[in-house]
Design a protein around this ligand. Structure first.
Ligand code: 0X9
Ligand code: ZN
Length: 511
């Protein structure tokens, strides 16, 4: 708690508006704080309480370890408990600072100019520039898109959505930056919209014959703006907490209704995982919820895009019990894993959130999967962090385009399975526990498959394109009918199957 006041001073010191200097001030002053790496296995309830009570700054997670910034007193408390943690390397920490101070790290040319630049994906982009980019896409594609306001954030900013495609088709919803500091995510949301609207891209044309899309590029507008103007490590919303004027904000991924208040969320207003006073008491979360509730019968795939660590996470997040649809999730997980491995040789970690990273309650995953009944609900965690020499939620900007491209490839792979399962009704057999997942053979990994920076998803050949087109016409007709029938069949069945004692670890954590 003491530390929180100190942090407030560090972050608040003389900082009024966004500038390179501000970012530098914010991040380069760690004071006495320690940056530590804590193995997932060490995060017991007691440890979580300590981290929560001392308002530890959650710095993300990677390779089975959680990263925190801690005050000396919190460190002493962990020592007393005999917790085994290590310091993050100097290199890891210095990468964070170097990145933030590098030239053109954030586009500062003004929203319109940033938005219309060919170099849009070469810098991180502020809130207005992201929205201007999406609006321009709508203006260029007025008949196939709409750019609408989902609702307002606590501070009155618009939370917006771009609808793409024929809205009578099953709907796919992606949103980005529900966590403010995850700057690489709106870059993906904008890239996703651009790629889907690229009429020269046969893959996108195929997707748009089967699905419609909606994209919210900045789901937590107040936090996002604050992270550029005041504190690039800010994660939460900005809504004040009446019980503690020193620590505003709620973790919008602990504020959803399913399992709210449970493990992996905090009642401490100062914590980065403060859950709020009640489910959905954050307008930006309630707006998402209301939209999802209202469109439950046409949503077939939802992704709440985060960073960092290169993960694709499925339900559940609040319990390690496997969900009823585990076999369906596993088929999607495997497809995403294979696509990303083939692209770059990187083994993304995929699987249920609770067993793949950590148990966390009140996240979007569980509410949407269990309460709303959208089977294919996932969390994407973009690249960043120490892996590949990168650091933090805002890795060097050279990563933006490769990140965009790889995540779009994952999306395409996921939708191929979603289409098979949800539109054509072909579902995998449940797999008996304990499940064994074959490790992909190294020789199957193409050596030179990394996407060129700036390239888009590979187009199909004209011949394949013609065949696909014919297939599409037939498929599109069948898809709508098949989907309606399928939804009716499955709407009622989304309930937890708590297979107690079977810890089905089906994430491919292969390093
Ligand atoms: O903790 C989160 O909200 C997500 N990770 S992040 O580093 N971007 O904050 C992961 C959410 C996955 N869901 C659960 N584990 N419940
Ligand atoms: Zn996040």
């Amino acid at each position: 708690m003491l530390k929180l006041a100190a942090l407030g001073l560090i972050y608040g010191a003389g900082v009024n508006a966004f500038s390179a200097e501000v970012r530098q001030n914010v991040r380069s002053n760690f004071g006495q704080d320690r940056m530590i790496s804590l193995p997932k296995s060490e995060v017991t309830d007691t440890v979580y309480e300590i981290l929560s009570d001392f308002g530890a700054d959650d710095l993300g997670h990677q390779n089975g370890a959680l990263h925190f910034r801690l005050s000396p007193s919190a460190v002493a408390q962990l020592d007393d408990e005999g917790v085994a943690f290590s310091d993050l390397t100097e290199e890891f920490i210095s990468n964070m600072e170097i990145n933030l101070n590098s030239e053109n790290f954030v586009c500062t040319d003004g929203a319109e100019s940033c938005a219309s630049s060919n170099d849009f994906h070469s810098s991180y982009q502020e809130f207005d520039a992201v929205h201007a980019r999406m609006e321009a896409l709508h203006n260029a594609n007025p008949s196939t898109t709409s750019w609408v306001t989902l609702g307002q954030s606590f501070e009155g900013r618009d939370q917006k959505q771009l609808f793409i495609g024929d809205q009578s088709l099953p709907l796919v919803y992606y949103w980005c930056a529900i966590h403010a500091r995850e700057w690489i995510t709106p870059m993906f949301c904008t890239y996703m919209a651009e790629t889907l609207l690229d009429s020269n891209n046969a893959v996108s044309r195929d997707l748009l014959s089967k699905f419609s899309f909606v994209i919210t590029p900045v789901a937590n507008p107040d936090g996002y703006v604050y992270s550029f103007e005041r504190d690039n490590a800010w994660r939460k919303t900005r809504q004040p907490n009446p019980t503690n004027s020193r620590c505003p904000g709620t973790d919008p991924n602990r504020n959803w209704g399913r399992g709210w208040g449970g493990q992996g969320s905090s009642s401490n207003t100062c914590s980065d995982t403060f859950r709020g006073y009640a489910p959905f008491d954050q307008p930006c979360v309630a707006n998402l919820k209301n939209f999802i509730d209202a469109n439950a019968n046409r949503l077939v795939h939802i992704n709440d895009v985060h960073s960092y660590g290169e993960y694709w996470l499925a339900p559940f997040g609040y319990t390690t019990s496997p969900p009823a649809d585990k076999a369906r999730h596993d088929e999607v997980n495997r497809a995403v894993y294979d696509a990303l491995l083939a692209n770059s040789g990187v083994r993304w970690k995929v699987g249920p959130a609770a067993t793949t990273i950590y148990v966390a309650s009140g996240g979007s995953l569980d509410y949407i999967y269990e309460d709303v009944g959208v089977t294919h609900t996932y969390v994407y965690e973009a690249r960043g962090g120490g892996r590949s020499g990168l650091a933090g939620f805002q890795p060097p900007t050279e990563n933006i385009m490769p990140s965009n491209v790889e995540m779009f490839l994952g999306l395409v792979a996921a939708l191929e399975v979603v289409e098979k399962q949800e539109l054509r009704g072909i579902v995998p057999e449940p797999i008996a526990a304990p499940e064994t997942v074959p490790e992909p053979e190294e020789e199957n990994v193409p050596e030179e498959t990394a996407e060129e920076e700036g390239s888009s998803v590979t187009d199909m050949s004209p011949l394949v394109g013609a065949i696909v087109f014919l297939g599409m016409v037939v498929a599109a007709m069948g898809a709508v009918l098949g989907f309606v029938v399928f939804k009716l069949q499955t709407q009622q069945k989304k309930k937890t199957v708590a297979v107690k004692g079977s810890e089905q670890m089906t994430h491919y954590e292969l390093q």
